[in-house]
Design a protein around this ligand. Structure first.
Ligand code: AMZ
Length: 447
């Protein structure tokens, strides 16, 4: 028996054949009475126009399931309106279906896993979906995959003149969810649970991103971003990567400094050695100014790329990269007194950090790394006020950077993160290299 090829992926372009197969699978699912939520089959013309429209809407990402390369099902990951933080944390899964003729291969699970992974990478905390009660196979699949049922709509849809109920499901996506359960005293008496934000509740772990900044192939730290004020810490970036991974950190933050000044990757070998030696994901910034460079590094094993100068100068490229690599593009916003700097921080624009933050969120970046340049490498503490202000303005995670010199500085960030839950982590450089902060203690303070 020949082996069937089963796959699921996010699509951004549909060939004519793809579009045709997608419409066919959709109509078959509608006829079968489920998945798509539409009652009558629509035909090729209407559905083609519909899916072509979907591809143009940045809030919607289309995922397809293929059987021997042919599309046999699809679903959409929908970004919510960002009116408030709670909404911004939850994405929705819609129009999930596999055509009846392709249902016995486990493709539904494959498609679902792909979407869950993408939603997780994009930083969402929750994935919501609703489904008609008649969709028992889908309901069983959602339950098996870890979705929890939390509510029922008594008159969700009318199918064949009959009122059917709808079920609401949710999946928590992050290990260290920013949502915590709090049982207030009054409610605990009645047995009811109140789900609230972390304010006043148990604190949330922050991620520590140890920095490896590369200049002329070596690991260095600068002061305030000045290239001629560099301290060299190691000439073996691979060994440095191993050291930080062994210390228990869960990410590496890598900056190609020559690249940031030159506008193209410069420390290519050093970055490759870091990627080869790291047992954690790596995020890389510095000199990434076009799709080719971004795609090449993501293919070469970098998990996320950081875009700084192009965030200001070519936001369209950021948008395009976010569509091509959801969850894998991060904006680096580096500011001097609130105003954003570019080109290795040699140029200052008249753009405000919060303004750029909102634009980058709209472009679809997974997170923002915010650096106050005047503090970077100075060991005198982070700019907590600006960081918190940015984290309260946007609804995507914000990583603080620039100025950590002691455990107290980390503890202060942890405290402020209670009231600005968007703060997700912190980049630490010089203080780790100088031994002012031990990795173990730093991780304890942030845990
Ligand atoms: O220290 C510097 N002079 C410096 C630095 N650390 N200049 C740029 N960067 C980092 C940014 C960001 O991570 O913090 O390089 C990245 C941005 O590079 P680019 O090439 O996209 O502007």
């Amino acid at each position: 028996m020949s082996e069937t090829r089963l796959s699921a992926e996010r699509v951004q372009d549909l060939s004519e054949d793809d579009l045709h197969a997608l419409c066919e699978a959709t109509d078959a699912a509608i006829l079968d009475g489920g998945g798509f939520g539409w009652v009558n089959p629509q035909g090729l013309k209407t559905l083609s126009r519909y899916f072509q429209g979907v591809m143009l809407v940045p809030e919607r990402q289309l995922f397809v399931a293929r059987h021997d390369g042919v599309i046999v099902g699809s679903a959409q990951l929908v970004r919510p309106p960002r009116n408030n933080e709670a909404q911004a944390m939850a994405a929705s899964l819609m129009h999930f279906h596999i055509a009846p003729y392709a249902r016995r291969f486990g493709l539904g699970r494959k498609l679902l896993d792909e979407i869950v992974q993408c939603a997780r990478a994009m930083g969402y905390q929750l994935l919501n979906l609703d489904v008609r009660e008649t969709q028992d196979r889908a309901i069983a699949l959602f339950r098996r995959a870890g979705f929890e049922h939390w509510g029922t709509h008594p008159g969700y849809a009318i199918v064949g003149g009959r009122l059917v109920r709808g079920h609401y499901f949710v999946m928590r996506l992050q290990e260290q969810s920013r949502v915590v359960h709090q049982v207030s005293e009054e409610n605990s008496k009645s047995g009811a649970k109140v789900v609230g934000a972390s304010r006043g509740g148990p604190s949330r772990a922050l991620t520590l991103y140890p920095a490896i900044d590369l200049k002329d192939g070596a690991c260095v730290r600068l002061r305030r971003g000045e290239m001629d004020d560099a301290t060299i810490y190691s000439d073996d970036p691979g060994a440095q990567a191993r050291q930080w991974c062994a210390a228990g950190f869960r990410w590496l933050h890598v900056v190609d400094l020559n690249g940031a000044f030159a506008g193209r990757s410069a420390n290519v070998d050093a970055v490759r050695r870091i990627v080869a030696n790291a047992t954690t994901p790596v995020q890389l910034g510095g000199g990434l100014r076009d799709m080719e460079g971004i795609a090449a590094w993501l293919k070469a094993g970098v998990t996320r790329v950081i875009l700084g100068s192009v965030a200001v100068k070519n936001p369209e490229l950021v948008r395009e990269a976010c569509r091509a690599f959801p969850g894998r593009i991060v904006a680096g916003i580096d500011a001097r007194g609130g105003q954003v700097a570019t080109e290795g921080w040699a140029e200052v624009s008249d753009m405000q950090a919060t303004e750029l933050g909102l634009r980058m969120q709209d472009a679809g970046v997974a997170a923002i790394i915010f650096t106050e340049i005047s503090r970077d490498g100075m060991l005198e503490g982070l700019d907590l006020e600006q960081t918190a202000q940015l984290a309260r303005t946007v609804s995507i995670p914000v990583i603080a950077s620039g100025g950590v010199g002691s455990l107290d500085h980390l503890a202060a960030l942890k405290r402020i993160a209670q009231d600005a839950p968007g703060i997700e982590g912190v980049v630490v450089g010089r203080a780790l290299y100088d031994g002012r902060i031990s990795p173990r203690e730093a991780l304890e303070v942030l845990a």
